[in-house]
Design a protein around this ligand. Structure first.
Ligand code: ATP
Ligand code: MG
Length: 248
Protein backbone atom coordinates (compact mmCIF):
# COMPACT_ATOMS: atom_id res chain seq x y z
CA UNK A 1 0.00 0.00 0.00
CA UNK A 2 1.40 3.41 -0.97
CA UNK A 3 0.44 6.92 0.09
CA UNK A 4 2.36 8.25 -2.86
CA UNK A 5 5.12 7.14 -5.23
CA UNK A 6 7.71 8.07 -2.63
CA UNK A 7 5.82 6.85 0.40
CA UNK A 8 5.15 3.13 0.30
CA UNK A 9 3.78 2.03 3.67
CA UNK A 10 3.29 -1.73 3.18
CA UNK A 11 5.51 -3.74 0.88
CA UNK A 12 4.04 -7.05 -0.10
CA UNK A 13 2.84 -8.56 3.17
CA UNK A 14 0.65 -11.61 3.52
CA UNK A 15 -1.13 -13.01 6.56
CA UNK A 16 -4.34 -14.67 7.53
CA UNK A 17 -6.38 -14.17 10.68
CA UNK A 18 -8.95 -16.81 11.59
CA UNK A 19 -12.44 -16.12 12.81
CA UNK A 20 -12.39 -15.64 16.57
CA UNK A 21 -8.66 -14.98 16.84
CA UNK A 22 -7.00 -12.30 18.97
CA UNK A 23 -4.02 -10.72 17.24
CA UNK A 24 -1.58 -8.00 18.15
CA UNK A 25 -0.02 -5.99 15.34
CA UNK A 26 3.18 -4.45 16.64
CA UNK A 27 6.26 -2.68 15.37
CA UNK A 28 8.16 0.57 15.70
CA UNK A 29 6.84 3.95 14.62
CA UNK A 30 6.41 4.15 10.86
CA UNK A 31 6.36 0.34 10.46
CA UNK A 32 2.93 0.40 8.81
CA UNK A 33 0.58 -0.51 11.68
CA UNK A 34 -1.94 2.26 11.13
CA UNK A 35 -1.68 1.70 7.39
CA UNK A 36 -3.00 -1.83 7.94
CA UNK A 37 -5.86 -0.43 10.03
CA UNK A 38 -6.67 2.04 7.24
CA UNK A 39 -6.89 -0.86 4.80
CA UNK A 40 -9.14 -2.85 7.14
CA UNK A 41 -11.49 0.11 7.60
CA UNK A 42 -11.53 1.05 3.89
CA UNK A 43 -10.05 4.46 4.60
CA UNK A 44 -7.39 3.41 2.11
CA UNK A 45 -7.03 0.67 -0.48
CA UNK A 46 -4.22 -1.66 -1.44
CA UNK A 47 -2.46 -0.68 -4.63
CA UNK A 48 -1.86 -4.36 -5.39
CA UNK A 49 -2.76 -7.73 -3.94
CA UNK A 50 -5.86 -9.02 -2.29
CA UNK A 51 -7.56 -8.26 1.01
CA UNK A 52 -10.56 -10.26 2.16
CA UNK A 53 -12.16 -9.39 5.48
CA UNK A 54 -15.27 -11.01 6.92
CA UNK A 55 -16.03 -12.50 3.51
CA UNK A 56 -15.76 -9.15 1.72
CA UNK A 57 -13.13 -8.53 -0.91
CA UNK A 58 -12.00 -5.00 -0.15
CA UNK A 59 -11.37 -3.98 -3.69
CA UNK A 60 -13.28 -1.51 -5.82
CA UNK A 61 -16.20 -1.30 -3.41
CA UNK A 62 -18.91 1.29 -3.95
CA UNK A 63 -19.79 3.72 -1.15
CA UNK A 64 -22.81 1.61 -0.42
CA UNK A 65 -20.78 -1.59 -0.22
CA UNK A 66 -18.24 0.11 2.05
CA UNK A 67 -21.05 1.21 4.38
CA UNK A 68 -22.40 -2.35 4.45
CA UNK A 69 -18.96 -3.80 5.12
CA UNK A 70 -18.28 -1.32 7.92
CA UNK A 71 -21.26 -2.68 9.82
CA UNK A 72 -19.31 -5.88 10.27
CA UNK A 73 -16.40 -4.15 11.94
CA UNK A 74 -16.08 -2.10 15.11
CA UNK A 75 -13.19 0.36 15.18
CA UNK A 76 -11.55 1.87 18.24
CA UNK A 77 -9.47 4.89 17.31
CA UNK A 78 -6.46 6.02 19.30
CA UNK A 79 -7.85 9.54 19.56
CA UNK A 80 -11.33 8.25 20.58
CA UNK A 81 -13.24 10.41 18.05
CA UNK A 82 -16.09 11.06 20.46
CA UNK A 83 -18.51 13.91 19.85
CA UNK A 84 -18.21 16.52 22.63
CA UNK A 85 -21.67 17.98 22.12
CA UNK A 86 -23.32 14.64 22.94
CA UNK A 87 -23.36 12.80 26.23
CA UNK A 88 -21.92 9.29 26.60
CA UNK A 89 -25.25 7.59 25.90
CA UNK A 90 -25.84 9.57 22.71
CA UNK A 91 -22.29 9.02 21.47
CA UNK A 92 -22.90 5.29 21.58
CA UNK A 93 -26.53 5.52 20.43
CA UNK A 94 -25.48 7.55 17.40
CA UNK A 95 -23.52 4.55 16.12
CA UNK A 96 -26.64 2.39 16.43
CA UNK A 97 -29.00 4.85 14.73
CA UNK A 98 -26.59 5.53 11.89
CA UNK A 99 -26.88 1.93 10.70
CA UNK A 100 -30.67 2.24 10.57
CA UNK A 101 -31.65 0.72 13.88
CA UNK A 102 -34.28 2.43 15.99
CA UNK A 103 -36.78 2.22 18.81
CA UNK A 104 -36.22 0.05 21.82
CA UNK A 105 -33.31 -1.74 20.18
CA UNK A 106 -31.16 1.41 20.45
CA UNK A 107 -31.69 1.64 24.19
CA UNK A 108 -31.09 -2.05 24.75
CA UNK A 109 -27.91 -2.11 22.72
CA UNK A 110 -26.47 1.06 24.29
CA UNK A 111 -27.28 -0.07 27.82
CA UNK A 112 -25.66 -3.45 27.25
CA UNK A 113 -22.53 -1.93 25.68
CA UNK A 114 -22.13 0.60 28.50
CA UNK A 115 -22.60 -2.14 31.05
CA UNK A 116 -19.87 -4.24 29.43
CA UNK A 117 -17.36 -1.37 29.64
CA UNK A 118 -18.53 -0.42 33.14
CA UNK A 119 -19.80 3.07 32.36
CA UNK A 120 -23.53 2.89 33.02
CA UNK A 121 -23.12 5.45 35.80
CA UNK A 122 -21.53 7.97 33.40
CA UNK A 123 -24.11 7.77 30.62
CA UNK A 124 -25.34 11.36 31.02
CA UNK A 125 -21.85 12.88 31.24
CA UNK A 126 -20.16 14.68 28.39
CA UNK A 127 -16.98 13.04 27.06
CA UNK A 128 -15.11 16.16 28.23
CA UNK A 129 -15.94 15.28 31.82
CA UNK A 130 -14.37 11.82 31.53
CA UNK A 131 -10.84 10.59 32.13
CA UNK A 132 -8.78 9.26 29.22
CA UNK A 133 -9.49 5.66 30.24
CA UNK A 134 -13.21 6.34 30.49
CA UNK A 135 -13.25 8.00 27.08
CA UNK A 136 -11.43 5.03 25.64
CA UNK A 137 -14.06 2.73 27.15
CA UNK A 138 -16.85 4.81 25.57
CA UNK A 139 -15.04 4.39 22.26
CA UNK A 140 -14.95 0.65 22.92
CA UNK A 141 -18.67 0.59 23.77
CA UNK A 142 -19.36 2.36 20.49
CA UNK A 143 -17.24 -0.18 18.62
CA UNK A 144 -19.09 -3.18 20.06
CA UNK A 145 -22.62 -1.78 20.15
CA UNK A 146 -23.65 -3.12 16.73
CA UNK A 147 -22.34 -6.63 17.47
CA UNK A 148 -19.55 -6.55 14.89
CA UNK A 149 -17.72 -9.65 13.71
CA UNK A 150 -14.37 -7.96 14.16
CA UNK A 151 -13.02 -5.33 16.54
CA UNK A 152 -10.12 -3.34 15.17
CA UNK A 153 -8.31 -1.15 17.68
CA UNK A 154 -5.46 1.24 16.86
CA UNK A 155 -3.38 1.82 20.00
CA UNK A 156 -6.40 1.50 22.32
CA UNK A 157 -4.11 1.98 25.29
CA UNK A 158 -2.09 4.83 23.83
CA UNK A 159 -3.62 7.52 26.01
CA UNK A 160 -4.22 5.73 29.31
CA UNK A 161 -2.13 4.81 32.34
CA UNK A 162 -0.64 1.31 32.77
CA UNK A 163 -3.39 0.04 35.08
CA UNK A 164 -6.13 1.20 32.69
CA UNK A 165 -4.20 -0.34 29.77
CA UNK A 166 -4.55 -3.71 31.45
CA UNK A 167 -8.27 -3.09 32.09
CA UNK A 168 -8.90 -2.21 28.44
CA UNK A 169 -6.96 -5.25 27.27
CA UNK A 170 -8.97 -7.45 29.65
CA UNK A 171 -12.16 -6.02 28.17
CA UNK A 172 -10.97 -6.73 24.64
CA UNK A 173 -9.98 -10.20 25.74
CA UNK A 174 -13.42 -10.93 27.21
CA UNK A 175 -15.09 -9.59 24.06
CA UNK A 176 -12.88 -11.97 22.10
CA UNK A 177 -13.98 -14.86 24.32
CA UNK A 178 -17.51 -14.23 23.07
CA UNK A 179 -16.34 -15.16 19.58
CA UNK A 180 -15.48 -11.74 18.17
CA UNK A 181 -12.21 -11.47 16.25
CA UNK A 182 -9.98 -8.81 17.80
CA UNK A 183 -7.08 -7.05 16.07
CA UNK A 184 -5.10 -4.70 18.31
CA UNK A 185 -2.33 -2.40 17.16
CA UNK A 186 0.08 -1.58 19.93
CA UNK A 187 3.68 -0.63 20.48
CA UNK A 188 3.52 -1.78 24.11
CA UNK A 189 5.53 -4.99 24.33
CA UNK A 190 4.59 -5.19 28.00
CA UNK A 191 0.96 -5.83 27.02
CA UNK A 192 1.85 -8.32 24.32
CA UNK A 193 3.91 -10.28 26.84
CA UNK A 194 1.20 -10.14 29.50
CA UNK A 195 -1.61 -11.34 27.25
CA UNK A 196 0.27 -14.03 25.33
CA UNK A 197 -1.65 -13.73 22.08
CA UNK A 198 -0.54 -14.01 18.48
CA UNK A 199 1.79 -11.20 17.46
CA UNK A 200 2.43 -10.00 13.93
CA UNK A 201 5.38 -7.64 14.09
CA UNK A 202 5.99 -5.17 11.27
CA UNK A 203 9.16 -3.40 10.33
CA UNK A 204 9.48 -0.92 7.49
CA UNK A 205 6.35 -2.16 5.77
CA UNK A 206 7.25 -5.84 5.99
CA UNK A 207 6.41 -8.61 8.44
CA UNK A 208 9.36 -9.09 10.75
CA UNK A 209 7.73 -12.11 12.35
CA UNK A 210 4.37 -13.72 12.99
CA UNK A 211 4.22 -15.93 16.07
CA UNK A 212 1.56 -18.14 14.47
CA UNK A 213 2.96 -18.29 10.97
CA UNK A 214 4.23 -21.86 11.30
CA UNK A 215 0.90 -23.08 12.67
CA UNK A 216 -0.97 -21.58 9.73
CA UNK A 217 1.38 -23.08 7.20
CA UNK A 218 0.94 -26.51 8.76
CA UNK A 219 -2.85 -26.08 8.65
CA UNK A 220 -2.72 -25.18 5.00
CA UNK A 221 -0.62 -28.20 4.09
CA UNK A 222 -2.98 -30.53 5.94
CA UNK A 223 -6.04 -29.01 4.35
CA UNK A 224 -4.61 -29.59 0.93
CA UNK A 225 -3.85 -33.21 1.68
CA UNK A 226 -7.07 -33.77 3.62
CA UNK A 227 -5.55 -36.79 5.27
CA UNK A 228 -5.50 -35.81 8.89
CA UNK A 229 -8.91 -36.07 10.62
CA UNK A 230 -7.44 -34.55 13.79
CA UNK A 231 -7.05 -31.13 12.18
CA UNK A 232 -10.28 -29.15 12.60
CA UNK A 233 -11.75 -27.59 9.46
CA UNK A 234 -10.75 -24.01 8.96
CA UNK A 235 -13.17 -21.61 10.46
CA UNK A 236 -15.27 -19.39 8.29
CA UNK A 237 -14.67 -15.86 7.12
CA UNK A 238 -10.94 -15.78 7.51
CA UNK A 239 -9.37 -12.43 6.87
CA UNK A 240 -6.47 -12.44 4.55
CA UNK A 241 -4.13 -9.87 3.23
CA UNK A 242 -2.10 -11.10 0.39
CA UNK A 243 0.06 -9.73 -2.28
CA UNK A 244 2.87 -10.96 -4.43
CA UNK A 245 6.42 -9.59 -4.26
CA UNK A 246 5.41 -6.09 -5.22
CA UNK A 247 4.19 -3.35 -2.97
CA UNK A 248 0.68 -3.71 -1.68
N1 ATP B 1 -0.88 10.26 4.93
C1 ATP B 1 0.36 9.83 4.62
N2 ATP B 1 1.01 10.31 3.54
C2 ATP B 1 2.25 9.88 3.21
N3 ATP B 1 2.91 8.93 3.91
C3 ATP B 1 2.32 8.43 5.00
C4 ATP B 1 1.01 8.84 5.42
N4 ATP B 1 0.66 8.15 6.53
C5 ATP B 1 1.71 7.35 6.79
N5 ATP B 1 2.68 7.50 5.88
C6 ATP B 1 3.97 6.78 5.84
O1 ATP B 1 3.72 5.39 5.81
C7 ATP B 1 4.61 4.69 6.68
C8 ATP B 1 3.82 3.87 7.68
O2 ATP B 1 3.05 4.74 8.50
P1 ATP B 1 2.01 4.23 9.59
O3 ATP B 1 1.21 5.42 10.00
O4 ATP B 1 1.30 3.06 9.07
O5 ATP B 1 3.02 3.79 10.74
P2 ATP B 1 2.72 3.22 12.21
O6 ATP B 1 3.38 1.89 12.30
O7 ATP B 1 1.28 3.30 12.49
O8 ATP B 1 3.55 4.24 13.12
P3 ATP B 1 3.16 4.90 14.56
O9 ATP B 1 3.57 3.88 15.59
O10 ATP B 1 4.07 6.09 14.61
O11 ATP B 1 1.71 5.24 14.58
C9 ATP B 1 5.51 5.74 7.30
O12 ATP B 1 6.73 5.76 6.60
C10 ATP B 1 4.78 7.05 7.09
O13 ATP B 1 5.66 8.09 6.91
MG1 MG C 1 0.07 4.47 13.84
Amino acid sequence: MAYSKDSVALKGISFQIEDGEFVFITGPSGAGKSSIIHLLTCENFASEGKLIVAGTNLKSLSHRQIAKYRRKIGVVFQDFRLIDGMNVYDNVAFAVRVVGRGGREVKERVNTALEIVGLTHKMYDSPKELSGGEQQRVALARAIVNSPEIIIADEPTGNVDPAMSIEIMKLLSSINKNGITVVVVTHEQRLVKAFKKREIRLREGLIEFDTEEDKHQILQVNEKEETNPDIPPRRRRAQRTHSEEDDV
